[in-house]
Design a protein around this ligand. Structure first.
Ligand SMILES: [Zn+2]
Length: 297
């Protein structure tokens, strides 16, 4: 029972960012980063969006929070007047899928890994109430199973890869090989400790494996769009991967020595050197060590 209770508590923490409580969406500005080769990163509210412009249509990866759809759509239209033909979701969280329904209504086909719609339909309870199932129109309809699939429009090929469960069990990494761009979703973060949705099948070992996959498919010129934080590169992901591995090793050692999750979370010296770079302001009490502790084998 204690185990179940702790998993339930963890799931609240794991999905909390998707609710972005108190965020004033009217103040949000969509900021565009040119990635070259008719590709762009668009940062607004929620996870980063990637835009690939082909010769007669556009592919979009992730749709931020629902209330900023009009701003996100305006930013994309500013890059190209062509229709958005495909929207790819890197995972099911609401800060990456909020604009899905509006994009679908405007004619886009929503693409995701096969496990994703069920997670959107059966979300975990949020802070202060039950989870709200996504509307039917927000659910991806073009699903893939197995390890990978390809989405193409004239001029753009997107390779979708489902790694072993990492951030969730709905993850997709998107590789635009011709443009040398990779969209990682929340498997990679460039500015802060990542969230790991342990209740949805995510775990620290999968996060490390996912980062390894990105590193193995990048070169010095690859532009990497993380789930959150500025556009990064292979060296940035190598540093991030080292942080994950260091945290994993220290917390696994503490857990094996019999320390409880609360003890590990309260030990501010354990990750002090990593905290200096990766602990976001206000990110307290620290969730990251708890998520590593819960998922470490
Ligand atoms: Zn997420």
């Amino acid at each position: 029972m204690k185990f179940l209770a702790s998993i339930a508590a963890l799931s609240l923490l794991a999905v909390a960012p998707a609710f972005a409580q108190g965020q004033d969406f009217s103040k949000v500005e969509e900021v565009v980063t040119n990635l070259g080769h008719n590709m762009y990163a668009v940062t607004g509210a929620g996870g980063n969006t990637t835009v690939a412009v082909g010769s007669d249509a556009v592919i979009v990866v992730d749709t931020q929070f629902a209330p900023v759809y009009d701003k996100l759509k305006a930013a994309i239209t500013g890059l190209s007047p062509l229709p958005v033909k495909f929207v790819i979701n890197t995972h099911y969280h609401g800060d990456h899928t909020g604009g899905n329904e509006a994009f679908a209504k405007a004619g886009a086909t929503l693409v995701a890994y096969e496990t994703l719609p069920d997670r959107m339909l059966h979300p975990f309870p949020g802070p202060g109430g039950p989870g709200v199932p996504a509307p039917a129109g927000a659910l991806p309809t073009r699903l893939y199973s197995g390890g990978s699939t390809t989405v193409t429009i004239p001029g753009v090929t997107a390779d979708l890869v489902h790694p072993a469960p990492a951030h969730t069990n709905t993850d997709t990494i998107v590789l635009f090989k011709a443009a040398n761009v990779i969209s990682t979703g929340d498997i990679v973060g460039s500015a802060a400790y990542p969230n790991i949705d342990v209740a949805s099948g995510g775990g620290i070992d999968g996060m490390i494996a996912g980062a390894d996959y990105v590193i193995a498919h990048a070169d010095a010129g690859t532009k990497i769009v993380p789930g959150h934080g500025p556009v990064t590169d292979k060296a940035g992901v190598i540093a991030y991967r080292a942080m994950l591995a260091t945290a994993r090793d220290r917390i696994a050692k503490a857990k094996a020595a019999g320390q409880t999750e609360d003890q590990v979370a309260a030990d501010t010296s354990l990750l002090a050197d990593l905290d200096a770079k990766w602990k976001a302001p206000g990110n307290a009490p620290p969730r990251f060590p708890r998520l590593v502790y819960e998922s470490v084998k």
